[in-house]
Every structure is written in C-alpha cells, then in structure tokens.
Design a protein around this ligand. Structure first.
Ligand code: EPZ
Length: 430
C-alpha cells in the first residue's frame, strides 16, 4: 500500500505550478461526448478521478487519445451504449455527469449511483428534480439511475439548494432540450462557469453562469471544440495554506486570483502576507498565526473543499478559532488524526472549536478523504518529527504529483510502499 513518509519542520519556499481544475475537468470530459465531432481539451489534470471517468467513457465506445499528459482528444461518434455500469465508476462522484450529458444527447442514460468522498449524505434529489422538469422519466433501481425522455423540453427550475453537481448536470441536459430553460438558485462556482463556457464553445447557448440565474436556449446539435480548463482553485488554495502552516514563502503560479479571494482574505486575517499578480499569488508567513472564525459557504464564500486545510492552520494559531461547516454534515473526520498530532480541537455538530497549539508532532495517520488527506499532509509538513500517512489513494484522486510539487518547495515527503522503503528514506533523512 502506498503511503507518504513526511519529515516535518521545513518552511516551504519557492514556486509551484497549478494544474487544471479537477471539478471542472470531470463535467467537461463528460460533456465532450455530447457531439459526434472531435473535441480537444487542454489542461486536464492527470488524477485518478479523471482517469476513472475516461476509462468508463472508453468502455461505452468513446475514443480517448492522450496527445500529451494534459491534452486529450475525445471523439464520441461511435458510442454503442448508454448504460455505464462499471465497478470503478461507482467510486467517483462525477459519474453522474454522464447522466446529464447522455440524457441531453441520446435522451437516455443509465449510470451506477455515484460514490465519492464520504463527507456527508450527498443527495441527488435536485439532479432528479431537474431532469424530471425537463420531461425525463427517472427511476433509481438496482443501484442505477435510469433516465429516459421521448422529448426533452426546456423548463423553469428552482434549485432548493445551491448544488454544483445538479446545476451542471441539468445545464448539460438542457443545452440539448427543445426550447428555453431557466435554472434559478444556480451554483456560481468557477467550474460551473467553465462548463458553461465549454458547452458554448461547442455551440450551446447558455447565459448567466456565475450568477444565480442561468438561461439556456436548447440546440439540436453541438459541434467539435478546442478548450482549455481553468486552473484548480482548491489545489492553489492548498499550496497557499501549505505556505501558512510551514511559515514559508510560496508563489503559486497559473491561478486566477479572483477565484481565490475568500482564501486570500482568510490568510490575511490570520496574519500572512499575500501578494497578487496577474496569474500568480505569493503567500509569505513570517509572523505567528492569529485565530479567526470561518464558515464554509457556496462560492464566493469560503469553499468547503478548503475547510480541512484552514482548520490545520488554525490549529497552530494563537487563541481560539471556530470553523463551521455548512455544506456537508460529516467533514470533520480528520480531526481525530490531527488530535493524535497534538491538536486541541473539539467538534460539536457542524462546528469545530480550535484552541491553537504551538506545534504538531509527527504520528502515524490516515487520510479519511481527499481534502482532509491533503490537509493532514500540511499538518505533517509543519510538525516536529516524522509522520507516515496511509490511504493516500484519496489524495491521488484530486492532486496531481502532490508529493513531487511539495518536494519542489523543499518539503521532505516521499511516496513509499513498503516498510523497506520507509526504512531507507528514514536513514536518508534521519
Ligand atoms: C461538488 O460536489 C464537488 N465534487 C465537491 O468536491 C465539492 O465539495 C462540492 O461540489 C461543493 O463545492 C465534484 O465536483 C465532483 P453539491 P457535489 O451538489 O456536486 C446538497 C472535492 O473534494 N445536495 O454542490 O456533490 C449536498 O448534500 C469534492 O473535490 C442536495 O441536497 O456537491 C450538499 O449539502 C468533495 N441535493 C450541498 O447540496 C442534491 O441533489 C452541496 O452539494 C445535490 C446536492
């Protein structure tokens, strides 16, 4: 089993290049099957979730060609079935984007119910409500979602909660419905906008993405396109917080600073310096960190996907901080691991009350999910002594070359997959 061996204590210093946004890439790759023409997509992150999705697409007849590590060509002219039921696809949340894409194009889709990180109940009622509003029959049976429509017709849909997945999924299906669709209370995340821009580049007519109201005029056909995915807001935020917790000086390159505003603002509040330029941000942390309060919210609020990383930083900050998780009900599972490293954090319901400690100490720890896993790496990098992190497959779902990028900033982190490896590295750095 692969693990990260980490020896903490080095301030991270240097520059790191951010890749394409995983949570934009997943729906964009799925949406690429909505045309029979060839689509070229650039800046696709080479992470486990995108690769699982691409394999599932190949299994139904999509031709996927890797022009280089991050540039992929997709052609869906020979799709031979609209049933996606493979063992791997169950493990990723984004499998559900194939429903919106196939329902839009083929008016039929059957996809295994989504898995993904275990961070809460993760309902899909808003997806189903949206598809039904467009005129599709939807049933959930034998672990599959099955949808079919004789005709998809535009509709006026009010989302009961701001859902990234439901907004994107319904937007994809509506792009190829007859007539106009209005989605109210739409999610406004940058990746929602990116998917709308991609669909528009294929000939869709979608206006208002990035606001509460998205207006879509359905078209009968989409065409080929060439598109570059936006940089990953959460990967960038994770490296910004890596600078904060290790008292480092990190320039995070290839980002859209606007997408990072809520993250930047919290870093400033806790005492870091943040210098923004056109497509990079530099985070310098030379003073003791200060306490604050933070509540996760839909964009442009502080992202739930950055909640574990800020908690790790606040665990090292002077005074008492409060973190409230308002999106998912079970996203503090990593706190037990942090406690083993010396953190003083009490979780009550959806709130963590954090009494800052002067330092963490290395320990054997385990990643409970993707972002929590990345946050535990940050904790271990700041800690006194050595840590061994299990279950790093979660991290590999969404961070490309995480340990290599950290090594580039001076971190002592190594991918190991046996006790032998561990002993070797231990001798090397010990
Ligand atoms: C996406 O999940 C991301 N995943 C998550 O990132 C991210 O945490 C989340 O959006 C919020 O930003 C992908 O893009 C693959 P939601 P998603 O639908 O679409 C409730 C990561 O670490 N809800 O916006 O599943 C839901 O229970 C992952 O990269 C309903 O009630 O999130 C939650 O409380 C983890 N009914 C809230 O809405 C629905 O039909 C937001 O969920 C849909 C959602």
């Amino acid at each position: 089993m692969e693990q990260y061996y980490i020896k903490g204590g080095n301030p991270l210093v240097g520059e790191v290049e951010i890749g394409g946004a995983k949570n934009a890439a997943l729906p964009i790759l799925a949406a690429a099957i909505m045309t029979d023409e060839t689509v070229h997509i650039d800046n696709v992150p080479d992470v486990r979730d995108t690769n699982v999705l691409l394999t599932a697409m190949e299994n139904i007849g999509v031709i996927v060609r890797h022009e280089d590590r991050h540039r992929i060509t997709i052609n869906a002219a020979n799709v031979h079935e609209t049933v996606v039921d493979d063992d791997n696809i169950k493990k990723i949340r984004a499998s559900y984007y194939l429903i919106g894409a196939m329902l839009g194009k083929y008016k039929h889709a059957e996809v295994t119910l989504p898995g993904g990180c275990d961070i809460g109940c993760r309902a899909i009622d808003q997806h189903i409500k949206g598809f039904r509003a467009l005129g599709a029959d939807v049933v959930v049976e034998h672990g599959m979602i099955k949808t079919h429509a004789e005709h998809l017709r535009g509709s006026h849909i009010y989302m009961d909660v701001s859902s990234v997945g439901a907004t994107i999924n319904v937007m994809m299906a509506a792009a190829m419905a007859e007539g106009k669709t209005i989605i109210e209370n739409a999610a406004k995340e940058p990746h929602v906008v990116d998917v709308a821009n991609f669909l528009n580049s294929m000939g869709a007519s979608i206006r208002g993405a990035g606001t509460d109201v998205i207006r879509i005029k359905g078209v009968s056909k989409l065409h080929g396109s060439e598109y570059t995915i936006i940089p990953d807001q959460i990967e960038a935020g994770t490296f910004m917080f890596a600078a904060a917790v290790t008292r480092g000086d990190v320039t995070v390159r290839n980002v859209i600073p606007k997408h990072l505003e809520s993250i930047t603002s919290k870093l400033l509040e806790i005492g870091c310096e943040v210098m923004e330029e056109d497509d990079q941000v530099r985070v310098v942390c030379s003073r003791p960190l200060r306490h604050t309060k933070v509540k996760t919210l839909p964009y442009p609020g502080f992202p739930t996907d950055m909640q574990p990383q800020i908690t790790v930083a606040l665990g090292l900050s002077e005074g008492t901080s409060i973190v409230t998780e308002s999106i998912f009900e079970n996203r503090f599972k990593y706190v037990d691991e942090l406690t083993r490293m010396g953190a003083n954090i009490k979780v009550e319901g959806n709130t963590a009350i954090i009494d800052g400690v002067a330092k963490y100490t290395g320990a054997g720890i385990s990643a409970p999910d993707l972002r929590a896993g990345a946050a535990l790496v940050l904790a271990a990098l700041s800690a006194e002594g050595e840590s061994l992190l299990d279950n790093i497959r979660y991290i590999q779902r969404g961070y490309e070359d995480f340990h290599l990028k950290l090594q580039g900033l001076g971190a002592q982190i190594k991918l190991v997959d046996s006790e032998n490896d561990y002993a070797k590295f231990h001798l090397l750095t010990g």
